[in-house]
Design a protein around this ligand. Structure first.
Ligand code: SF4
Ligand code: SF4
Length: 600
């Protein structure tokens, strides 16, 4: 049946088609829709589809299923693989019985990530095969192939997508399939499954080397040879893989160039002998891949050009213009750049900084923290998630990776003890990676304040459920924090900035008295969480009394709610379409009380 599917949805269908019985993962753009879609389409089937507290946990849950003989998968974004990499390195040695597909969605150009990474490089590092789909339809096919390959060779197989594959749509032929219920059965085999010293692992290492050679041969016979047979034998060759192949194909068509193109579906392991003997017949070989020079490093030779020779850009996404530039650099094209802007820009597009949503309670917390703990006397480490957007209020000094707000707060408290350290983290991120550094800080009697902005959802990636939300009463954030040995203060959010500031004054007093980290749990809601937002937004819409506005900038630099902007008269105006009616600005953020209630 033909369906228009987003790449991530196509992967979910492929996994179901491959009879995947367990799937786990941690949300992260651009990967989040894979698990959500799988959950939806497998609703009445006997499958396990659940979010884990972090990528390593998700990996290990699914991997245990694969050791017990089930077909399983785990999903994450590229930076999530850093977290799961410890488990990956061992799993690659040990192998699996059922299929185990590691799905990683990369973000070339780091549109919604802290770094740009190429997970194919991680596959090469971990010595596991990786499939690199170019389109959503291929993502569907490759999800099935990845599971089959993993079962055939007993090794984890990575399915690496990129944002443009994960988030684009295509008509996909979803084949008929029968889902087969299966129960796992773990068979004890200590030398195989227990990664214990050397003797057993040496054997596994040799076994893996052998498997990789067989997989490279399989890749040549099944993926590469049929493509080589289609080549016309021109004097130049382009080798490409994944989404980069789409850019190459379109660019060559649009420039009217007739150059041989070889598409590599499995960038690791490569059948090196066969490929090296192929490239000898060409005058020049240009390798165009996204993001790192993974294939290029393997095929390095005098007639090979690419990122390493400086002919292809190294950072940021691929574009057709960048392909054209590379073609020019190596002399495959001598004409004009046809990718000039489609229209002349005769207007200025106003850039807008990333900002918390209108009515988001995090904004009030950041505003109050800065009021009570003045920037000159404080350090504000923060974390990955919506609260990163507090940077707009200058209420954040550092962002490193998941959970680092807690460990960095500890570090700052040692390195610069004249300042008060107030760290911020979300509830999901705290469960992900904040617990271990908090334990570390408690036992070392570190002194800092950690504010957990608990909105009980993983908001930024599409509001996936957190442990506390999914199991109310069973996973209690406050008890977890108390169990770590930290002092806890709770605040139930109110849309009244004066009350929030008063609460943080209390926090400041309590901080003077304690000898361990002081954790504030701020119970909030997310404005995108329809049910809770309905309960919490009071329908108090704001406008500005222009007479009172003295253009002091407090609202536009300290509070920064999206509807607030200066008008032509130099006074603040509120865009009624963007105001969600939280009423907080009216409660006292303006020194001249210029915000007033507006009749609807
Ligand atoms: S805080 Fe009040 S006085 Fe200052 S710019 Fe905003 S509305 Fe005007
Ligand atoms: S009431 Fe004020 S703070 Fe709330 S959304 Fe509207 S402008 Fe923003």
């Amino acid at each position: 049946m033909k369906q228009t599917l987003m790449g991530n949805e196509a992967i979910a269908y492929g996994l179901l088609h491959a009879n995947t019985q367990m799937i786990s993962g941690y949300p992260g753009t651009p990967s989040s829709e894979i698990l959500t879609t799988f959950e939806k389409i497998s609703k009445n089937l006997p499958v396990y589809a659940k979010w884990a507290t972090n990528e390593k946990v998700g990996f290990e849950v699914a991997y245990a299923g694969a050791i017990a003989g089930l077909n399983t998968a785990v999903t994450m974004k590229q930076v999530g693989l850093n977290v799961a990499s410890d488990a990956l390195m061992s799993a690659s040695f040990i192998g699996n019985k059922g299929g185990f597909v590691l799905i990683v969605a990369d973000d070339p150009g780091f549109h919604s990530s802290q770094t740009e990474q190429d997970s194919r490089e991680f596959a090469r590092f971990a010595r596991i095969p990786v499939l690199d789909p170019a389109t959503p339809a291929e993502a569907y096919e490759f999800a099935i192939k990845a599971s089959e390959l993993s079962q055939k060779f007993g090794i984890p197989v990575m399915l690496r997508s990129v944002m443009r594959v994960s988030h684009s749509r295509e008509i996909v032929e979803v084949k008929d399939f029968n889902f087969e219920e299966k129960k796992g059965s773990f068979k004890r085999d200590i030398p195989r499954w227990a990664a214990v010293p050397r003797a057993g692992r040496l054997g596994q290492a040799y076994e893996r080397e052998k498997k990789l050679k067989e997989i490279a041969k399989y890749s040549y016979e099944n993926f590469i040879k049929p493509e080589i047979e289609k080549l016309k034998g021109t004097k130049n060759l382009i080798i490409s893989s994944g989404a980069a192949f789409g850019y190459v194909k379109e660019t060559l068509d649009e420039l009217g160039l007739d150059i041989d193109v070889l598409k590599i579906d499995m960038p690791y392991p490569l059948p090196l002998d066969e490929l090296k003997s192929l490239i000898k017949h060409y005058e020049k070989v240009l390798i165009i891949e996204e993001t790192y020079p993974v294939i290029e490093e393997e095929l390095r030779s005098e007639n090979v050009y690419g990122k390493m020779s400086g002919d292809v850009h190294t950072i940021d996404e691929m574009t057709k213009e960048r392909v054209l530039k590379a073609l020019k650099n190596v002399g495959f094209y001598k004409g004009e750049n046809i990718y000039k802007p489609a229209f002349e820009n005769n207007f200025e597009v106003i850039s807008r900084k990333p900002n918390l949503c209108s009515g988001c309670p995090h904004r009030d917390i950041f505003f109050a923290i800065k009021k009570v703990f003045r920037p000159k006397k404080s350090i504000y480490p923060s974390d990955i998630g919506c609260y990163t957007l507090g940077i707009n209020q200058q209420a954040i000094d550092t962002v490193l990776c998941m959970g680092a707000s807690v460990s960095m707060a500890h570090g700052f408290s040692i390195a610069d003890n004249k300042k008060t350290v107030i760290a911020t983290i979300g509830d999901s991120t705290f469960f992900h990676s904040g617990v271990a550094p908090l334990i570390n800080a408690v036992y070392q009697k570190a002194k800092f304040i950690l504010v957990i902005l608990d909105n009980s959802t993983v908001a930024m990636t599409g509001r996936q459920a957190t442990p506390e939300r999914a199991a109310p009463g069973e996973v209690d954030l406050k008890k977890v924090v108390e169990g770590c040995g930290a002092e806890v203060m709770e605040y139930c959010y109110e849309p009244d900035i004066k009350k929030t500031i008063e609460f943080f004054k209390e926090v400041k007093k309590r901080y003077e008295e304690v000898e361990v980290p002081l954790v504030v749990i701020s119970r909030q809601f997310c404005v995108l969480d329809k049910e809770r937002a309905k309960e919490n937004l009071k329908g108090v819409f704001a406008t500005v009394d222009e007479e009172k506005c003295v253009a002091c900038d407090v609202c536009t630099t300290q509070f920064v709610c999206p509807p607030m902007a200066y008008n032509e008269k130099g006074k603040i105006e509120i865009d009624p379409l963007l105001c969600v009616g939280c009423g907080v600005c009216i409660s006292g953020i303006c020194p001249t009380d210029a915000f007033i209630r507006r009749d609807k």
